[in-house]
Design a protein around this ligand. Structure first.
Ligand SMILES: Cc1cc2nc3c(=O)[nH]c(=O)nc-3n(C[C@H](O)[C@H](O)[C@H](O)COP(=O)(O)OP(=O)(O)OC[C@H]3O[C@@H](n4cnc5c(N)ncnc54)[C@H](O)[C@@H]3O)c2cc1C
Length: 394
């Protein structure tokens, strides 16, 4: 056996011993969502992973990582899927702030912030959207004005996921109001405990309090917390967005979900016969199965390309679009397979109502990180080379 095989065996054993039992019982059908009501436990789970040496595999040890290879990262992702392990709590930090810091951060910023992101000691949120700037993100108005060694920040951010849990926010701020829209933006790291910050939670469609509005009034932020040049924020943000939209191996679990849906359809009856014998249901099920096999190949190909050093680019929009829209169809099918029982909510429902919850939550995927319409614009313009038609978060 190779050293990689040994590493996989150890990890598999470790996961068998450590994946929390409550997760398996309550949330095994949520491959990447962090259920708000269990946020603290998921945070502890990430800490457990970190302590065991299973976070930041490819990052240098000086930054809290393990200095291992991309192959280790791939094995970890595969084994996490196999074990139906929970996601990590600091997803925004790991998937977005880490790539930003690695590419654009100073050595001091990397050493200061990366270990806390990996260990979940410091939870991060993303401050991009504003009430007047969503798809057209470059219209953002939150100002950062240099005053001595500090920036003074005023404005508001909205739809800030994990804003109530976050210790830090990476925010896009306008540093030069005279410059062209995209050219006058900075990428600033702000301590959420700073005086002048107020966080107002927003209840979402699943009744969870996932996101919030953050208000900044004369918030002082050390200038040393600017990532990249003060007017390089748009470039940093686009680098981050490509990572946010990239391949997610957790979708491989959709294969198990399809098996579960088939199982449920066999015991659900409609019009006197098993749903599994209903031609219309069978057709939609088969379509979902086919699409899963296609998506799986695309995800694996994308992971391989990233592993071999290709930078995440506009092609990540294709995956984001397909995965997010597929997720909605799959959740719909899962609820249909429950028949009338699909009307029950959470603890009253089959599998603790997780599919009802997922069907509502899956609306979010087609909105955050750039809506489906914006992804289609990107695909049209940047991949197909069609003429440019409008604005949008790109
Ligand atoms: C669950 C969830 C979590 C989120 N978390 C965060 C977060 O942590 N941090 C953060 O900064 N933001 C977050 N967002 C915000 C998200 O990025 C924005 O909602 C998204 O970019 C869309 O912006 P908007 O809501 O202002 O809609 P708008 O931009 O007003 O769009 C409204 C509608 O018009 C369509 N549209 C807009 N422009 C075009 C165009 N040029 N061509 C075609 N159609 C267009 C859109 O597709 C959409 O259907 C989150 C959103 C959700 C739903």
């Amino acid at each position: 056996m190779s050293a990689l095989d040994d590493w996989r065996t150890d990890l598999r054993r470790w996961l068998d011993d450590h994946v929390p039992a409550w997760w398996q019982e309550e949330f095994a059908a949520t491959p990447y969502e962090v259920p708000e009501r269990r946020f603290d436990e998921i945070r502890a789970w990430q800490r457990t992973l970190f302590d065991a040496g299973y976070m930041g595999l490819t990052l240098p040890r000086a930054y809290g990582g393990q200095g291992l290879s991309a192959e280790h990262e791939l094995i970890r992702a595969e084994e996490m899927v196999r074990a139906s392990a929970p996601p990590i709590a600091n997803q925004v930090g790991v998937k977005q702030c880490v790539p930003a810091l690695l590419e654009y951060g100073t050595e001091e910023q990397k050493r200061r912030f990366l270990p806390g992101i990996l260990s979940a000691d410091e939870i991060w949120c993303q401050g991009y959207s504003e009430p007047g700037a969503g798809s057209d993100l470059a219209s953002l108005q939150t100002r950062a004005v240099l005053d001595g060694d500090d920036y003074v920040v005023n404005g508001t951010k909205i739809w800030t996921t994990y804003g109530t849990h976050a210790d830090w926010i990476f925010a896009l701020v306008r540093t030069d109001p005279e410059a062209r829209k995209q050219a006058g933006i900075g990428f600033l790291l702000i301590d959420m405990k700073s005086p002048g910050i107020e966080v107002a939670p927003i209840v979402n469609i699943t009744t969870d309090v996932d996101f919030c509005q953050v208000f900044f009034e004369d918030v002082r932020v050390p200038a040393a917390h600017m990532v990249g040049r003060p007017t390089q924020g748009w470039e940093v943000a686009n680098h981050v967005l490509a990572h946010e939209r990239g391949a997610n191996l957790a979708m491989l679990r959709f294969g198990d979900f399809l098996d579960q849906i088939a199982e449920r359809a066999r015991i659900t009856h409609r019009a006197g016969r098993s749903l599994a014998d209903d031609p219309s249901f069978r057709q939609r099920f088969a379509q979902c199965r086919i699409e899963f096999e296609v998506l799986k190949q695309q995800v694996l190909q994308s992971v391989e390309e990233v592993r071999t050093g290709r930078k995440a680019g506009p092609a990540s929009s294709l995956l984001k679009l397909q995965m997010s829209e597929y997720d909605q169809r799959l959740s719909r099918l899962a609820n249909e397979a429950q028949g009338l029982a699909a009307q029950h909510w959470l603890d009253d429902g089959i599998d603790r109502g997780i599919w009802q919850w997922r069907e509502l939550w899956s609306r979010a995927y087609t909105i955050f990180g750039g809506s489906s319409e914006i992804q289609r614009n990107i695909i049209a313009e940047r991949i197909l080379g069609l003429p440019r038609t409008g604005k949008g978060r790109k």
